[in-house]
Design a protein around this ligand. Structure first.
Ligand code: NAP
Length: 318
């Protein structure tokens, strides 16, 4: 592993097809750009297609040969996830790289179209459903990978099975941490299941440390009391300018997870710097709770029940 790995060190990906969720902003944008730069055909899976098309044009202005597509995906609506999978299948017969990147953080309590708490619904359940629906296309490829983006916040996360959707009590940061722990439990359980099936798919997690993106503004600043909102806005701007790394650097762990040759199933890739906040990508650890196999199995069963999505593994087909 190169100590200062960048997209220039990645192998050529010509002929490979990738889907990046949330590719119109922040880390997703740089991930999509990195993948087309290395030659992959990339589907930008975004909820606001005019916005995504505008962003795609900026990539095409720099990389005119980029094989870039925009397809609508709203992870806060399972019918949209199903429509996306159908639309993808009509255009492509395979999927080599699925980057489960989109996310929301610390927003006021909202529900998805299916009545799930928004952060759990978008960050975890939407991606669980998407991966399951696209799994036949993923499993048909040699060396395909599913990369799921988690966060250092998983360290303080807990899966509250007695109130998964925070109906009784909502804490916006606890809900974010729960969703990011769920991302890791899903990554590891998927890896165990593909291994049991004897498939070559790799399930890998990545986290960016702290990168200045729209994430710190969109959720955390919503619906703050007058006065507080302005103060928090200043604090966020200051922290993003002084402490955060660029979104381009922040995207490297997920690009590494998707492309680097020494990646193994179940790896977690994060930045190598102080407290994994910034730096070049390397293999990192994750919390004991994220490695709890019983917890992961239970979350898988509940996620399958809530979304109605069964992966095509023996024992899971409905
Ligand atoms: N930035 C960091 O420091 C940091 C740290 C740890 C983990 N992460 C993780 O990194 C990932 C990317 O976040 P980011 O920092 O790049 O933030 P960002 O700039 O806010 O990008 C988030 C992306 O997710 C999309 N999204 C939100 N809700 C969606 C939905 N319902 N359906 C489809 N797409 C949806 C957004 O679309 P719109 O533009 O339409 O809203 C946007 O494209 C997230 O999973 C986040 O948890 C980031």
């Amino acid at each position: 592993m190169s100590e200062k790995w960048t997209i220039g060190d990645a192998p050529d990906t010509a002929g490979r097809v990738a889907v990046v969720t949330g590719a119109n902003s922040g880390l997703g944008f740089w991930t999509a750009k990195g993948l087309v730069f290395r030659g992959a055909a990339v589907v930008m899976a975004c909820r606001d297609t005019p916005k995504a098309q505008e962003v795609a044009r900026t990539i095409l202005a720099e990389l005119p040969d980029a094989d870039l597509h925009v397809l609508r995906l709203d992870l806060a609506d399972l019918s949209s996830v199903r429509e996306f999978a159908e639309a993808f299948r009509q255009r492509f017969d395979r999927l080599d790289l699925l980057i489960n990147n989109a996310g929301v953080m610390a927003c006021p309590r909202r529900e998805t179209a299916d009545g799930f708490e928004l952060q759990f619904g978008v960050n975890h359940l939407g991606h669980f459903a998407l991966t399951g629906l696209l799994f036949p296309e993923i499993a048909s490829r040699p060396d395909s990978r599913v990369v799921t983006v988690t966060s250092g916040a998983h360290n303080v996360g807990n899966i509250r099975f007695d109130d998964l959707h925070s109906r009784r009590r909502y804490d916006r940061w606890a809900a974010y941490a729960q969703s990011k722990l769920a991302n890791l439990l899903f990554t590891f359980e998927l890896q165990r299941r593909v291994q049991q099936e004897g498939l070559g798919v790799l399930s890998v997690a990545a986290h960016p440390g702290y990168a200045a993106t729209n994430l710190q503004r969109s959720g955390p600043l919503m619906e703050r009391p007058p006065g507080w909102g302005g103060a928090m806005e200043m604090l966020v701007s200051f922290a993003n300018r002084t402490l955060a790394q660029s979104p381009e650097m922040g995207s490297l762990p997920q690009l590494y997870a998707a492309l680097a040759e020494d990646v193994r199933g179940g790896d977690v890739i994060g930045p190598a710097g102080f407290m994994e906040m910034s730096g070049y990508p390397c293999k990192v650890g994750s919390s004991l709770r994220s490695r709890d196999e019983e917890l992961a199995k239970r979350l898988w069963a509940v996620s399958s029940e809530l979304t109605g999505v069964r992966f095509p593994f023996s024992g899971e087909r409905s």
